[in-house]
Ligand binder design. Structure first.
Ligand code: ADP
Ligand code: 5GP
Length: 214
């Protein structure tokens, strides 16, 4: 009998600039079956970002309508903008055995963990190796003004304070090593008991085979 598995809801959080988008992209190259949860946001697109690929870009009014229509698995205000994960694609993906990757802040992590899908959550927190390196990465990304970078740095301490709520915490020093650790964690967690609904059938069959021996 073919064993099926349930998909995981993989939550990756970190202070802005620690490397979660870079790592998420690498994970999806490793396994293209991992679905990226494209969030809705009210922030303006950065250069190179496309509607429907990195984010669904909305006005505040449109975003409020999505909440009112109960289209969000979670939503939160981050850096003065609204962000949220649509729940539409999630249920189908995990019952069909596809993992969904969420790049959300700690508030999103808490809401997804406390949702009815909580037992399928794998949450990973990414720390920067140092605070000067975090700032260097934000500057080198070249996407934000000095004011925006300052805002992200002052939020970083608050975001980092939520590390104990996560299943795994990784320090993203060497990118290749962090990527390898993430792949190891995901590979193992896919075999977690909660992800193997058919295992009960296997044990039943083993038990009936015991009885056949008598
Ligand atoms: P986040 O999504 O957490 O805000 P990004 O993935 O955009 O962060 O990374 C911020 C910047 O740091 C990018 O320019 C990225 O290329 C770089 N970066 C990410 N991880 C590392 C690493 N381990 N070593 C050096 N630079 C990194
Ligand atoms: P950025 O503007 O740099 O893309 O994202 C800023 C912050 O918002 C990051 O910490 C990111 O994880 C968080 N974020 C992105 N999408 C969502 C979402 O759908 N929900 C929540 N709660 N946070 C999000």
């Amino acid at each position: 009998m073919m064993q099926t598995r349930r998909g995981l809801l993989i939550i990756i959080s970190s202070p802005s600039g620690a490397g979660k988008s870079t790592l998420s992209k690498r994970l999806r190259i490793w396994d293209p079956n991992i679905e990226f949860s494209v969030s809705a946001t009210t922030r303006a697109p950065r250069s190179g970002e496309a509607h429907g690929r990195e984010y669904f870009f909305h006005t505040k009014e449109e975003f409020q309508t999505l909440i009112n229509e109960d289209k969000m698995l979670e939503h939160a205000e981050v850096f003065g903008n609204f962000y949220g994960s649509p729940h539409g694609p999630v249920n189908d993906a995990i019952t069909q055995g596809r993992d969904v990757l969420f790049d959300v802040d700690w508030q999103g992590g808490q809401q997804i963990r406390n949702s009815s899908l909580g037992k399928h959550v794998l949450s990973i927190f990414i720390l920067p190796p140092s605070i000067p390196e975090l700032e260097r990465r934000l500057v080198s990304r070249g996407q934000d003004s000095n004011d925006v970078i300052e805002g992200r740095m002052s939020k970083a301490r608050d975001e980092i304070s939520h590390w104990p709520e996560y299943d795994y915490v990784l320090v993203n020093d060497d990118l290749d090593q962090t990527e390898d650790k993430l792949k190891t964690i995901i590979s193992a967690e896919r075999m977690r008991l909660s992800q193997q609904p058919d295992i009960v059938e296997t044990v039943r069959r083993l038990n009936s085979e015991f009885e056949d021996r008598q």
